[in-house]
Every structure is written in structure tokens, then in C-alpha cells.
Design a protein around this ligand. Structure first.
Ligand SMILES: C[S@@+](CC[C@H](N)C(=O)[O-])C[C@H]1O[C@@H](n2cnc3c(N)ncnc32)[C@H](O)[C@@H]1O
Length: 519
């Protein structure tokens, strides 16, 4: 199915001077009660089985927002306020505004196609039934964006209606949203206003009673900000979600489509980051204990972003994550990041540049897609001439492609060979990009292959491969717990999460490598 591609979402540079402080003030106002464990949020919409677990949302952990700080790579950024260990939760926040999945789903199924004709030029019709119109990814994306704008508009109306007794939480969300938007505008674009409410009205209300003859944040500007800052679907792009919704009777298995998270927009990029984010839904139960119970009612059933450290972070160090899929070579990452308006000079980029310059092979030749021998040649070149963690991680997609092709006609020698290569790749991921999507893919594959070797050894009464199985179980468990939190140290939870990530990552045609989106 041909797709009209949207530009990747871009995070904008921000030169506003007041946005950071306002958001900082917002953070200070949030509840700071001790967090025991939020990881059950990831597992189901039901209440956690363990009644002793409690958590506080929003949870703001050992982080602080700083501006023009020596340890921050650019502008504002988040730093940790104490030493943090791998897997520790840094913060958990709900979206300030989000496209509610249920409503998007029903609108997706019901919406009159003509409304989206302008952006949707390749609607697929079913071969069997010409009356069934199948809608595609761009169509779905525009529904999600429309709904997000509606949400934003309803928050704005809250500020416009001073008489109404709005919930404290809604007003604070509206202020957060304002800060998020203002922070994405340059200072000369931001009109002067006496109060936040006036500024919000000036920026967003079409009937604003202000001196401005037109709203500054019109629909197009708002869409631009959303596209640069909102977080879209994880694991999947809009096309895969649309396909699932078109083909599965009860296809509404996705939790979240598009949300704005102002605090997260303060995080700068690194190709070798120290943080990773996942999403979960707050259970519809009374088991969350926010500082105000009014907030608790409001956030039940809502999606939250959970951010964990993926390695140990020393006090005062900046928190970073990757804006782009991390397992691309240096030149491709640079090109992708140029759209965000900067060149990354993180340690991984520097090391990779050094390795490529020092080697007689400054570039690696193209491999023939699907050709096992040519992929193997390229991997051999890497292993013999350029072997370092950074290079290996940067060619992880090639390794994955090779593994998938080679495993299609697997024999035991090949499996052993692949496990050896994958072991090196695993440790390179631990060093450069611990617990990212591709890392989990590799680990699931190794775990499965160790199982195959073990079965083979039992059948052939050769030496058991149990040590391999134990090793990969431990590696997988550790990585899952880093990515998704400590899961209450509950092995059942870890298993459930491992099952979940395997389901998402395993495809009919092999292990999944992320091309245009990342999680
Ligand atoms: C989401 S914002 C991050 C917060 C930003 N520092 C601020 O002050 O608003 C993204 C912008 O920060 C800058 N940025 C992020 N990571 C960077 C990096 N590694 N090197 C240089 N600039 C970076 C870029 O201007 C990018 O468009």
C-alpha cells in the first residue's frame, strides 16, 4: 500500500526566556511523595495485584531543570540531582493534552472520507467489497492531530471562562500547555501580556478580546508545534495502526496515539543516551495515591510517560535520549538530526568518526538487500577492521537483517555463529544504547536461539547448552527491568513484560528493526 509520508516529528529549538522558569515552577508544584513502584502501570489497566504497591502521579524524581548550564549540551535541559542507578525511574507524567484513543478509533471508523481528501490521496478500497473504504496512516494522523487541537482548544476555553469553577488540575494543565507552546516560539514572536491568562487568550482564542487582530497561534502554527513536540505511536507508525484497525474486528489494541508532554520536551538529544521512555496507562482503581485525591480521579485510565535511566548516571549529569532511531550509521544520523537544526557531538558520534577516519575503509559498501553472502561480507569488514561498540551499534539494522536472512535456512553451525556475533552486538548496545528497541530484539532472538541449541543438545545427547539459556535469560530480564522499571522485583511481572515486548518485536519475517520510528 503506497503511503503519503509525513515529515518526522521534529523538536524545535527554543529561545524563549520565560518558558523554562515557568515549567520549573510547574515542576516544583507537583507532588513529590516517595515513589515505591509505578511499573505495574505498564502491565494492565486493572489494579496491581500487589495491594502494598502505591505510586504518585505525576512523579518527579531526582531531576532538575537547568538553563545554560555547563553540563547541558544546549539551552535548557534536565540534570539528575543525585547519583542514579540503571533502571531507576526519573519521572512519570501524564500528557498535558492527548488524542484520546477511543474517540480517535471511532472517528477513524466513522469519519466521512471527504473531510480528509486533501491530505489523503491514496485511500485503499477493498478488492472484495467496493463499499468498504479503508483508511490509511496519514488519514489517521490527521484525525489524531485534529483531536489534539480540540483538546487544546478546550483547555484554552477553561482559561477564558473565569467564572467557572474549573478543577485545579485542568487549570494547571492549561498553564502547562501555554508554557509548552510559548517555549517553542522565539522571544520576538511572543506577544506581551499582563498575565498568563491574557497571553493564552492572545495566542489561542480566535475571538480574543485583545488588541491583536489575529491569533498568533492559528491552526497551522499549532499543528507545526504539535508535529515537532508531540509523541506519536510507539513501536508502530500510523500506517500499521491504520492497517490493524482496518483489518481486525476488535483492532483497538493501541493505548495512545498522540500526546504533548512539556517536561519531556526539555530533554536534549544524544546518540548514546542515558534515559529511555515507555508509556503506560493508569489503572482504573483506587490504588494510586496522589497528593490530592481530586487529581487521582482525573488521571485514572489516562496514559502516562515513564522515563527510566538506562545506565548509571552521576549527580549533575544531563539526562538525554535519542530523537532518532539509534542504530543508524553516523552519516544517516547526522542527516536525520539536521532536520532538528543541530549536529550531534556526543561521545558515540566522536568515537565513530574517529574509528571511520582511522580505518583505511572510510565508508562501507552497500550490501545487496536480502543477499546473505553480501551482508555477511559487510559484517566481516566491520568485525575485522572497524570493530568497536559504536560502529557495531550503528550497523545493528544490517546485523538484524543478516540474522533474519541467515536464520531462514538455519543449521546448528549457523546458529552458533549468529549467537557469537549477537553476543558482541548485545554488549555494544549495553555500552552505547542500553535497553533500546533493537537491543531488546537482539536479546529475544538470542534467548530463542539458546533454547534451540539446548533442545538440539538434548536430542543429540551432546553437552547441554543450559549455561547459554541461563545467560540469555538473565541478560533479557535485566534489560527489560532497566527499560520498564524494576517491576516490583516481581518475576511474574517481568515475564509478562518480556512476553509483551516479544509479541511486539517478533514478526512473521523475523525480528523487528525500527526504521522510521523508535520507542
Ligand atoms: C526538545 S528541545 C530540547 C530542549 C532545548 N534545549 C530547549 O532549551 O528548549 C530540542 C532542541 O534542543 C537543541 N538540542 C537538543 N539536543 C541537542 C544536542 N545534542 N546538541 C545541540 N543542540 C541540541 C536543538 O536545538 C533542538 O531542536
Amino acid at each position: 500500500m503506497p503511503k503519503a509520508k509525513r515529515k518526522p516529528k521534529k523538536k524545535a529549538a527554543s529561545s524563549s526566556s520565560d518558558g523554562g522558569e515557568s515549567i520549573n515552577a510547574g515542576v516544583a508544584n507537583l507532588s513529590l511523595s516517595p515513589l515505591n513502584d509505578v511499573s505495574p502501570l505498564l502491565l494492565s489497566s486493572a489494579a496491581p495485584k500487589d495491594k502494598t504497591l502505591s505510586f504518585t502521579i505525576p512523579y518527579i524524581g531526582p531531576i532538575s531543570l537547568v538553563q545554560q548550564h555547563q553540563s547541558v549540551v544546549h539551552g535548557r535541559g534536565l540534570v539528575v540531582t543525585r547519583d542514579v542507578s540503571a533502571g531507576e525511574c526519573l519521572f512519570v507524567i501524564p500528557a498535558v493534552a492527548a488524542a484520546p484513543i477511543d474517540e480517535v478509533y471511532y472517528r477513524f471508523l466513522d469519519e466521512d472520507e471527504e473531510d480528509y481528501d486533501d491530505i489523503d490521496d491514496d485511500i485503499e478500497t477493498s478488492n472484495n467489497d467496493a463499499s468498504v473504504v479503508k483508511k490509511d496512516g496519514p488519514h489517521l494522523e490527521s484525525i489524531a492531530e485534529d483531536m489534539l487541537i480540540e483538546q487544546i482548544q478546550s483547555l484554552v476555553d477553561i482559561l477564558d471562562d473565569k467564572e467557572s469553577a474549573c478543577a485545579k488540575e485542568d487549570i494547571s494543565r492549561a498553564h502547562s500547555l501555554l508554557n509548552a507552546f510559548v517555549s517553542q516560539m522565539s522571544s520576538d514572536e511572543v506577544p506581551s501580556a499582563a498575565t498568563n491568562e491574557d497571553l493564552m487568550k492572545t495566542l489561542l482564542l480566535s475571538n480574543a478580546n485583545t488588541d491583536m487582530d489575529k491569533t498568533v497561534l492559528d491552526r497551522e502554527t499549532m499543528l507545526n508545534i504539535i508535529r515537532r513536540n508531540a509523541f506519536g505511536p510507539d513501536f508502530h507508525n500510523y500506517d500499521t495502526v491504520a492497517t490493524c484497525w482496518n483489518t481486525t474486528p476488535d483492532g483497538k489494541k493501541y493505548n495512545r496515539l498522540l500526546g504533548v508532554y512539556p517536561l519531556s520536551a526539555m530533554i536534549n538529544h544524544s546518540c548514546s543516551p542515558n534515559a529511555v521512555r515507555v508509556f503506560g496507562r493508569i489503572p482504573n482503581s483506587s490504588s494510586c495515591h496522589p497528593s490530592g485525591s481530586e487529581i487521582c480521579d482525573k488521571i485514572q485510565g489516562r496514559e502516562v510517560m515513564l522515563v527510566h535511566a538506562n545506565k548509571a548516571i552521576a549527580k549533575g549529569t544531563e539526562i538525554t535520549w535519542s530523537y532518532i532511531p539509534p542504530s543508524n550509521p553516523l552519516n544517516e544520523r547526522r542527516e536525520a538530526l539536521s532536520k532538528y537544526g543541530f549536529t550531534c557531538n556526543c561521545l558515540r558520534c566522536v568515537q565513530e568518526e574517529k574509528a571511520l577516519t582511522a580505518s583505511p575503509l572510510t565508508t562501507l559498501g552497500d550490501h545487496l538487500p536480502g543477499n546473505e553472502a553480501s551482508m555477511r561480507d559487510m559484517i566481516q569488514t566491520i568485525e575485522q577492521n572497524l570493530s568497536c561498540n559504536e560502529i557495531r551499534v550503528s550497523y545493528a539494522s544490517l546485523y538484524l537483517e543478516y540474522f533474519n536472512t541467515a536464520l531462514a535456512q538455519s543449521d546448528i553451525d549457523k546458529i552458533n555463529d549468529i549467537l557469537k556475533l549477537a553476543t558482541r552486538l548485545h554488549f555494544s548496545f549495553v555500552a552505547c544504547n542500553n535497553a533500546c528497541t533493537e537491543h531488546l530484539s537482539i536479546l529475544h532472538m538470542c534467548y530463542d536461539l539458546a533454547g534451540v541449541l539446548h533442545t538440539h543438545s538434548l536430542q543429540h545427547k551432546s553437552e547441554g547448552a543450559m549455561t547459554q539459556v541461563r545467560f540469555w535469560t538473565e541478560q533479557l530480564k535485566k534489560t527489560v527491568m532497566t527499560r520498564y522499571g524494576n517491576l516490583g522485583e516481581n518475576l511474574e511481572n517481568v515475564r509478562a513484560l518480556m512476553k509483551h515486548s516479544k509479541l511486539v518485536l517478533r514478526r512473521k519475517d523475523g525480528w523487528y528493526s525500527v526504521n522510521d520510528k523508535f520507542i
